[in-house]
Design a protein around this ligand. Structure first.
Ligand code: ATP
Ligand code: MG
Ligand code: MG
Ligand code: MG
Length: 474
């Protein structure tokens, strides 16, 4: 089954179960400043879950465009390293707004995955996790659906871990949340990794395909958990991950859509091997960049635009690593439009604009990319320990337009780390200088980065897997 057919099959199944098919919402959350980008199917229904908004349906199903490249759910640094994470992906979901709850939600998911008329997945390859205290969910899976107890794993509130499933889903620091039950697929012993909850779960053997969330609470800004007016259901299944399962391949990058995209990227770069990690990064990033621009985001030095800029520059660097001469990234838009333009007509109608924006950003970054890389190489060659000095990170950022995560991406490939503290210090000194300079009306800015008439901005950085918001100079 092709990716596009699977998307349709899912929507059709849930439509037959009385769900209204609702179109994907924009990647730029409507009216929600707490959220960087749409990161789950439930985002567009947030107010419905909270009881603030009524719809003329109580069951809905969607295939939702999602970007996880900043904010609470940030997978940018996973891309190129795992078989299952993208910056952009589609989340298939079914939703109940105070209508059905645990029993129906679990049975719907199971029937779609294993039912004779649907995906017919072998039941013994599916593993289930439930929230440690959720006896009800455990019993439904075990006694009603018939999943043996040894394949149902109870998982607690494991907040510290980066990958580890915590089985308590939340959209962000505030908003609707609740215990969840996740369905994993075992890709077999030839892939490294252990069952969910085990120390080896970081691997790609047991892959989480579907998260079924029992929405019960609204977490307020001061951490209070208020019960929602009516318990509801929110589910999310990664289209690319379930397609990989169905196509009998283990990595998302091996599904039809990504194979075509990788082929196009390889052609543009003069015949690079399609299993190259950097090529996967490029193929991944073209989707998030193109879809973000189609939804109106423009590269800039702050907020959403800065995240887009970071993704484009990361792609440019990986292209450079593969030997790209000149701008290449924008040339992939045509292939992407061929592959996804039918499902997302807006992508097709924005093609020219996307190409223009990408080309411009690539050309701008090309002016400083090579020089910055040379500087970094020199510094790495001179390095005594295994930490890149803060001054270097700062110069790369300030003079050559390297977002910090880009420098970190290169460092990680060499097994090096960054001196974030030193970088902070250099940044603070820069701020001091800017403040002094501005008294005399001199505009201070970084070479190679567009000047936006601001002296300071807030950017999102992901450092060591922890999200921090930082203020830096333009
Ligand atoms: P993981 O633990 O693998 O990072 P998650 O628990 O963060 O996934 P959820 O927030 O539960 O993911 O999202 C619901 C579903 O969306 C997941 O079960 C998975 O199938 C899919 N998904 C999540 N993140 C990504 C991603 N970065 N790329 C592709 N699919 C994803
Ligand atoms: Mg995740
Ligand atoms: Mg998970
Ligand atoms: Mg999950």
């Amino acid at each position: 089954m092709k990716t596009a057919e699977l998307r349709q099959a899912f929507l059709k199944y849930f439509e037959q179960q009385g769900h209204t098919i609702v179109p994907s919402s924009s990647l730029v959350p409507h009216d929600d400043p707490t959220l960087l980008f749409t990161n789950a199917g439930m985002n567009q229904f947030k107010d419905v879950f909270l009881g603030r908004e009524e719809r003329d349906y109580v069951r809905a199903t969607t295939s939702q465009k999602c970007v996880r490249a900043g904010g609470k759910h940030n997978d940018l640094e996973n891309v190129g390293y795992t078989a299952r994470h993208h910056t952009f992906f589609e989340m298939l979901g079914n939703f109940s707004f105070g209508d059905y709850f645990k029993r129906e939600a679990i049975n719907f998911a199971w029937t779609f995955l294993t039912g004779d008329q649907w995906l017919k997945l072998p039941k013994e390859k599916l593993w289930i996790t439930v929230y440690a205290e959720d006896e009800e969910a455990f019993n439904i899976w075990n006694q009603e659906v018939g999943v043996p107890a040894e394949r149902i794993i109870r998982i607690g509130d494991n907040k510290g871990a980066r990958y580890a499933s915590d089985n308590f889903w939340q959209m962000g620091d505030t908003g609707p949340c609740g215990p969840c039950s996740e369905i994993f697929y075992d890709h077999g012993p030839e892939v490294a990794g252990g069952p969910p909850g085990s120390p080896e779960e970081d691997g790609d053997r047991y892959i989480e395909i579907w998260n079924v969330v029992f929405m019960q609470y609204n977490r307020t800004a001061d951490g209070e958990m208020l019960p929602l007016p009516k318990p509801s259901v929110d589910t999310g299944m990664g289209l690319e991950r379930i397609t990989a399962v169905l196509q009998g391949v283990h990595s998302n990058y091996e599904i039809d859509l990504f194979q075509d995209l990788l082929k196009a990227a390889s052609d543009v770069l003069g015949g690079v091997d399609t299993t190259e990690a950097s090529l996967r990064v490029v193929a991944d990033h073209i989707r998030s960049c193109a879809f973000l621009i189609a939804d109106g985001v423009m590269p800039s030095n702050e907020g959403r635009g800065f995240v887009l800029r970071r993704i484009i520059r990361r792609a440019a660097r990986h292209g450079n690593k593969l030997g790209a001469s000149g701008s290449f990234f924008y040339k992939l838009v045509a292939a992407l439009v061929d592959l996804m333009g039918d499902a997302y007509p807006q992508l097709r109608s924005s093609q020219k604009q996307i190409e223009k924006v990408l080309l411009q950003e690539e050309e701008q970054f090309a002016k400083t990319l090579d020089k910055g890389l040379r500087l970094l190489e020199q510094d790495i060659a001179d390095l005594k320990g295994n930490e890149i000095p803060g001054e270097t990170i700062f110069t790369l950022y300030d003079t050559y337009g390297f977002p910090v995560d880009l420098t970190n991406d290169i460092a990680r490939e060499r097994g090096l780390t960054l001196d974030y503290e030193g970088y902070e210090k250099a940044m603070e000194q820069q701020r001091e200088r800017a403040r002094a300079a501005s008294k005399f009306g001199i505009d201070y800015n970084a070479a190679g980065i567009e000047i936006e008439g601001k002296t300071e901005f807030t950017g999102y950085e992901c450092i060591d897997g922890h999200e921090t918001i930082r203020t830096v100079l333009v």
